[in-house]
Design a protein around this ligand. Structure first.
Ligand code: C2E
Ligand code: MG
Ligand code: MG
Ligand code: MG
Length: 291
């Protein structure tokens, strides 16, 4: 087949495949070093109560301070980490570091939660629940301040071991959120049997609110579903005040997005939590009736 396409096209085909494989290999090797050399950092993005506009917690989001390429977003390395199995030690590092940061943020009057993203390979590791409990014990973060964020796909990949681990962790007070909700394939009956507390509606649904192609029907259905299952609803990726206003009026409890804050360093998160800035927008702004 390759011969039929002629020499030139074979060379191009081989080259791009080879380049991509090399790229993944070098990212993998460098990522292993990054873990050992503390090149990874966590940023923290607040979630807010849509009623009071106060911070309820933070989500820990990993970045890689690459020595040559600068700061890389998770999109540039999480997939490679998953393919190579490095996501398990990386995820443990994130978990421990996020719990430590979460414990530091408990000093003031507000006791924010700390949400940590968990990959499917972490969840199917039989040691996962013990790792989480050890991270809590070592950090001093109370169990009821930790939220584990898991996508529908990751949860359903190995549903039996996921349910076992998460059920055990929930007896300690840890909460479980379904991340990027709406992009996977969970049916209502699936959801009702899973040990979960929070639904995080994916940004792609929030994007349909308030813009030119204003489409509220899917978000309305998700809100109704979360109410029926007694879950807390968090809307992700809110950028516009109109979106926050619509969500507030229609029963979403919490929001997260650039409207309030991008993910920030721990020091800045401390400042956001401090009195005065803790309320990130005026509540009256959300209560306004749109024109
Ligand atoms: P996610 O868990 O759904 O996190 C939310 C992502 O949306 C973050 O991107 C955040 O910066 C971005 N975001 C929040 N609000 C807005 C907004 O208003 N507008 C826009 N355009 N974006 C917004 P980030 O930090 O690049 O992370 C991307 C994804 O990488 C995360 O999606 C999560 O799936 C994954 N990830 C990040 N950290 C970790 C980690 O420690 N472990 C694992 N397994 N995955 C991680
Ligand atoms: Mg998340
Ligand atoms: Mg998400
Ligand atoms: Mg998302």
């Amino acid at each position: 087949l390759a011969k039929e396409q002629g020499k030139g096209s074979v060379a191009v085909y081989d080259h791009s495949l080879h380049a991509r494989a090399m790229d993944e290999l070098s990212v993998r090797i460098q990522l292993r070093q990054a873990l050992a050399q503390e090149q990874l950092v966590l940023h923290f993005q607040p979630t807010v109560d849509l009623d009071t506009q106060e911070i309820t917690g933070f989500e820990a989001l990993v970045r890689w301070n690459h020595p040559e390429r600068g700061q890389l977003p998770p999109a540039d390395f999480i997939a490679v980490a998953e393919q190579s199995g490095l996501i398990v030690p990386l995820g443990t590092w994130v978990l421990r570091r996020a719990c430590a940061a979460g414990a530091e943020l408990q000093a003031g009057a507000v006791r924010p939660t700390m949400a940590v993203n968990v990959a499917s390979q972490q969840l199917s590791d039989p040691a996962f629940a013990d790792l989480v409990l050890a991270a809590l014990a070592d950090s001093g973060l109370p169990a009821d301040r930790l939220v584990l964020e898991i996508t529908e796909t990751a949860l359903l990949a190995d549903v039996d071991s996921a349910v076992t681990a998460l059920s055990r962790l929930r007896t300690h007070g840890i909460r479980v959120a379904i991340d990027d909700f709406g992009t996977g394939y969970s049916s209502l009956s699936h959801l009702s049997r899973l040990p979960i507390d929070v639904l995080k509606v994916d940004k792609s649904f929030i994007d349909r609110l308030g813009g030119a192609s204003d489409d509220t029907s899917l978000v309305e259905a998700i809100i109704a579903m979360s109410a029926a299952l007694n879950l807390v609803l968090v809307a992700e990726g809110i950028e516009l005040v109109e979106q926050a206003r619509w969500l507030h009026r229609n029963g979403s409890q919490q929001g997260q997005g650039f409207l309030w804050s991008r993910p920030v360093e721990l020091e800045r998160a401390q400042l956001l939590l401090g009195s005065g800035v803790r309320r990130l927008l005026e509540p009256v702004e959300l209560a306004l009736v749109p024109a």
